[in-house]
Design a protein around this ligand. Sequence first.
Ligand code: CTP
Ligand code: MG
Length: 225
Amino acid sequence: MTTVALIPAAGSGTRLGAGMPKAFVDLGGRTILERSVDGVFAAGVDEVVVAVPAELLDATRSMLPRVHVVIGGSVRSDSVRACLAEVGPSASDVVLIHDAARALTPPEVFTRVIDAVSQGSDVVVPAVPVTDTLKRVVTQQSGAVETVVATVDRTPLRAVQTPQGFRPEALRRAHAAAGDATDDAGLAEAAGYAVHVVPGDLMAFKITTAWDLRIARMLLESTGV
Ligand code: CTP
Ligand code: MG
């Protein structure tokens, strides 16, 4: 069973606000991207393709000699498609897509996803239960005032992470039409595929805001992961 991982790392990191593309921000002496790539190889993945901003192509190739590096697109799904074009449709038995921004994802999450695809699922996502109480709101005309219209039952809700796992054919079909989604399983779902869920891990959280980066740095210091 061979596995290839596609890592979209071409985002600008607007919400993090670090003044540089998020994947290249320092996380305990190494970039977020290097830590993500290390995690992917530690999980036994055979081949890795990374999409980065055009201006960082050469620097990334020097930084990551073991991986294929391509230029990403203006939205996340374009970056994934740029990676896909590099590997071709049938280069492996399992294709993983993993956000560079989930730099502390434990190897067990990769294993659960790869195993589920190996055992016959077309599309697999890791996910964790939602712990906060959820409210649906409407925004009043000024935009400043929100009013609750419903309290949502969180029992059947899951927060979805990466790596997401695909049979190559399912991923190719999911990306056959242009379009963007924050996760690739969403595109596969729209293309008619059943999406199976395996347990995720809180350590697979996405570094999105300055708060998340602070937490990631503290976790690295305290656990040495
Ligand atoms: N990504 C990408 N190409 C894009 C946009 C996003 O490869 N055009 C990648 C990011 O680098 C990240 C992952 O997709 O690893 C998840 O995206 P997100 O967390 O939203 O990162 P950014 O888009 O960089 O952040 P923001 O939305 O705050 O600008
Ligand atoms: Mg984004």
